[in-house]
Design a protein around this ligand. Structure first.
Ligand code: FSO
Ligand code: SF4
Length: 429
């Protein structure tokens, strides 16, 4: 444990073995777990609020949950697990609130092939997660000759009818959030960071970068009240990008678009042509141990379907995995903000095969970088999903105290780091 939130703290630096107040390490870690899960819920909630959607029960839970972690309020190991499950319930609610807000504003996404690479002309690159910011930018750039590109988690914007109707939303540049310094340096474009996943800017592009809303960077200008005029002028003044060879990636699989194929999916499962579904997603990071995910997906047998979401998909979404009688093997259901789509597909499969969630041929494998992943994990646990795989590296606060709770109560398996061995274990080979 490490707690330094009150003045009783040991040696004036922090309680690490046991709290001077009597707090035991597992309670301390479960309080951390609750705080980090609530940070994740707040990220979803904030984006939903931006689109005008509110749920007072979620706001009330955030207040109660934070109060619970105040000094000398809650020392119960069981109640904090119950609160984590309640946080999971609110995670489900807030993810659904946000997804419905996106669908209400921009229509339900449809699968779409997105061009990856630069096209000739002045350009603005939009990174982060905020669809409303992108929509306002697209409106203001219409007819100006400026092309708009998505980066990282903005990729799923291309699937929304209300956003892809703008023809100057031309494509995607780069992959996951951690390549931003390389990509922003490489392309002579104006850049807008709309939400989390920005990194302190390099001098090479600091002058042409803007942030907005909660995202702020030292020395970087901000966009206020969705007024992108300075960004657009900046893009025009830079002279534009040179065309390069383009590739494509597919995104935009909504729950509705997948469920349209329910009859075919049922037929293929019953004929033994689809053996298992995998949800492989979560946060990406640059570290080499995350190459595990490319190995994992590349080595899954041809009779498996993979749903993916969040920036973890950039480890493998360039792979051509083919299809099973017309059903693509790799289905990108969107951002980390779209995790509810994978949940809804799993629930639809449960209904289709009349099987409880845990008896479906479905395995969930999650990478974990930041706090939205904690909210997603507790959402899945709240829904009763057990036997999930997590890793290969977890945040440092998620120590044995937390892992033991997850392993003992939910049969969670820490990823071994050997993708092929893990596939064999999952498939019982
Ligand atoms: Fe990735 Fe996380 Fe959303 Fe970022 S899940 S890492 S910091 O939030 O972009 O997918
Ligand atoms: Fe230590 Fe308890 Fe104070 Fe935390 S709340 S610093 S564990 S005495």
């Amino acid at each position: 444990m490490f707690c330094y939130q009150c003045s009783q703290t040991a040696r004036g630096t922090g309680c690490t073995v046991r709290g001077v107040c009597g707090k035991i390490p597992t309670v301390a870690r479960l309080q951390d777990n609750l705080i980090f899960t609530m940070k994740g819920i707040s990220a979803y909630n904030y984006n939903a609020n931006v689109l005008g959607e509110y749920n007072p029960e979620i706001d009330a839970f955030l207040t109660k949950g934070l109060y619970t972690t105040l000094t000398n309020v809650n020392f119960d190991v069981e109640d904090l697990v119950a609160l984590a499950l309640e946080a999971g319930e609110k995670s489900v609610d807030v993810m659904r609130l946000l997804k419905n807000a996106h669908i209400k504003a921009y229509g339900e996404p449809r699968p779409v092939e997105v061009k990856v690479g630069a096209q000739e002309g002045p350009a603005i690159i939009v990174t982060g997660h905020d669809m409303k910011a992108l929509e306002e930018l697209l409106k203001q750039t219409e007819g100006t000759g400026v092309n708009v590109y998505t980066h990282s988690e903005m990729l799923p914007a291309h699937g929304y009818p209300g956003l892809n109707k703008y023809k100057h939303l031309v494509g995607q540049l780069g992959g996951a959030w951690h390549d931003q310094r390389t990509i922003f340096k490489k392309y002579n474009a104006a850049i807008v960071g709309t939400s989390n996943c920005v990194l302190p800017a390099l001098d090479a592009y600091k002058e042409r970068m803007f942030t907005m809303d909660v995202a702020k960077l030292e020395g970087v200008k901000t966009v206020e009240n969705y007024d992108f005029s300075e960004v657009i002028e900046c893009a025009k003044s830079l002279g534009g990008l040179e065309a390069e060879e383009l590739t494509t990636i597919t995104t935009g699989w909504s729950a509705g678009a997948i469920v349209e194929h329910a009859d075919k999916i049922k037929e293929l499962v019953e004929a033994g042509k689809i053996r298992r579904f995998f949800v492989v997603g979560g946060c990406d990071k640059a570290a080499r141990h995350n190459d595990y995910y490319r190995e994992f997906v590349k080595n899954l047998p041809n009779d498996t379907i993979i749903l993916t979401l969040a920036c973890g998909k950039y480890k493998f979404n360039d792979l051509d995995l083919g299809d099973i009688e017309g059903i693509p093997r790799l289905l990108d259901v969107g951002q980390c903000n779209d995790t509810i789509v994978a949940v809804d597909v799993a629930l639809a499969l449960s209904e289709l095969f009349d099987l409880p969630l845990n008896e479906l041929p479905l395995t969930i494998v999650l990478s974990w970088m930041e706090q939205k992943a904690a909210a997603v994990l507790w959402a899945l646990l709240y829904l009763g999903k057990t036997d999930m795989w997590l890793g290969p590296i977890l945040p440092a606060w998620c120590n044995d105290d937390i892992i033991n709770v997850l392993v003992e109560n939910y049969n969670l398996t820490p990823i071994s780091g050997d993708a092929i061995a893990d596939i064999k274990t999952i498939l019982g080979e």
